[in-house]
Design a protein around this ligand. Structure first.
Ligand code: IMP
Length: 425
């Protein structure tokens, strides 16, 4: 059995956690390979409702090996809080493995995330202020501190000494903020080191051995393609498309057999940046309330809009989705008509691909096609053929416009509230 990647197809929060939890029964390994605790994956199953930020959504399946791969940035305080909460609720975390190569979020990353946002003024990205961006910046600028650094106190002392001096210079000289005390950071992270040690592994070896045995490996993406550093609406971005999988956990892309793109039946965005189909009316408000569209990580209200098939088609292209999961379908149950954006207009010209420049994306006027709603509850339906004809037509039209077949339609938060349109390999 090969690997299946579960990738957010829009601006994050599409419902990837539910899909991972759903497929985890057949899986031996579930891996997070990107992002950090800016992510918030909600899983609702017979054990209750869980909001996960770092730990893979496979943790509820005792036989599944869960991995936080090298491509994730880890805030140890959040990690241990999440572990403690799971254990308190009777979920074992013994099957959790953490890459020794993953980078750590340090206290100065969190401070800098806030200070940098404030310095951006009206151009603020609307980050989650969890330190994720600054941690990835340090990884690239070779100032990062990794999980393996915590395992040897003397070399950690030296590494932290070098890095903290630079960071304190930035905090004090550039932002006029107070410096961080070496002893406090050193003490806290030495404690984290002791606690993290039993979980630390060469996780790429675990993944590659599992693939070698023929086990199914699920790759749990974070955020969404439209937030990708290269392909998203730069600079309002953070995460990785499906191509990030190989780097984020150390396996060959040739091992990925299928890539499931997770979409909502509409679209949401949280934070700043252009969003052509954003609704500022009662329909947007209705979707927000009905869909409980408030950030899992920050509680911020999400911006809501009609399904954007321009962004959807682009997402299919850059990720190579082999099928689409369409989530939160039931949220549209009460609309008498539903709109889909089929193209954008910029200064009178038609575009079928999102422009790269934010100032052009800001100018995009969505061109809509209107479809009849189905005006009845779909949340108890389990077979595609039993959906009202208007609902089937909506799914078929999305498939046609984005150029990708739907494998799953989700009609509620529970694992059972799922329609398998086609088998997922
Ligand atoms: P950061 O990842 O905290 O730096 O935030 C950068 C941008 O990505 C902001 O617009 C965030 O709102 C957005 N973002 C980060 N994580 C998520 C997520 O899990 N879902 C949706 N948006 C996110």
């Amino acid at each position: 059995m090969p690997a299946i990647a579960i990738i957010g197809a829009q601006w994050g929060d599409e419902g990837k956690g539910k899909i991972v939890d759903l497929l985890a029964d057949r899986t031996k390994v579930v891996v997070r390979f990107s992002g950090g605790n800016n992510a918030g994956h909600t899983v609702v199953n017979r054990l209750g409702e869980f909001r996960m930020h770092l730990i893979p959504s496979g943790i509820f399946h005792p036989d599944v090996t869960c991995i936080i791969g090298n491509g994730v940035v880890i805030d140890p305080a959040t990690l241990f809080k999440e572990i403690d909460e799971l254990v308190e609720r009777g979920i074992s975390t013994d099957n959790l493995n953490i890459s020794n190569r993953a980078h750590l979020i340090m206290p100065y990353h969190i401070l800098l995330d806030g200070l940098e946002e404030e310095a951006r003024g009206s151009g603020a990205i609307g980050t989650t202020r969890k330190g994720v961006g600054p941690a990835f910046t340090d990884k690239t600028s070779r100032l990062g501190i990794r999980v393996c650094d915590l395992l040897d106190r003397e070399s950690f002392r030296q590494r932290l000494g070098t890095v903290l001096e630079q960071k304190n210079n930035v905090l004090t000289r550039l932002y006029g903020a107070a410096p961080l005390a070496f002893d406090d950071v050193y003490r806290d992270y030495c404690r984290y080191g002791e606690r993290i040690a039993p979980f630390v592994r060469e996780t790429d070896v675990i993944v590659n051995e599992a693939l070698g045995r023929g086990d199914l490996v699920l790759l749990e993406g974070a955020q969404g393609a439209m937030l990708d550093l290269d392909y998203g609406s730069y600079p309002y971005v953070t995460s990785a498309v499906s191509g990030g999988v190989s780097l984020g956990l150390g396996m060959s892309p040739s091992k990925i057999e299928s890539v499931i793109g997770v979409f909502k039946a509409y679209i949401t965005r949280v934070g700043g940046g252009p969003m052509p189909t954003e609704l500022h009316d009662e329909s947007g408000e209705f979707i927000r309330e009905q869909g409980r569209e408030y950030g899992t990580t920050t509680g911020r209200p999400r911006r809501c809009g009609w399904f954007d098939a321009v962004a959807g088609r682009y997402s299919v292209e850059v990720n190579g989705f082999t099928s689409a999961a369409i989530m939160k379908f039931d949220i549209l149950d009460e609309f008498s008509t539903i709109k889909i954006c089929t193209s954008y207009e910029i200064d009178g010209d038609s575009h079928i691909r999102p422009p790269a420049c934010p100032y052009r994306l800001e100018k995009c006027v969505p061109v809509y096609e209107e479809m009849p709603g189905w005006k009845c509850s779909t949340s108890n339906i389990r077979r595609f053929e039993e959906l009202p004809p208007q609902a089937q037509a909506y799914v078929r039209r999305i498939e046609e416009l984005i150029g990708c077949p739907a494998s799953i339609v989700s009609v509620g938060p529970d694992r059972e509230q799922t329609i398998m349109v086609r088998p997922v390999p």
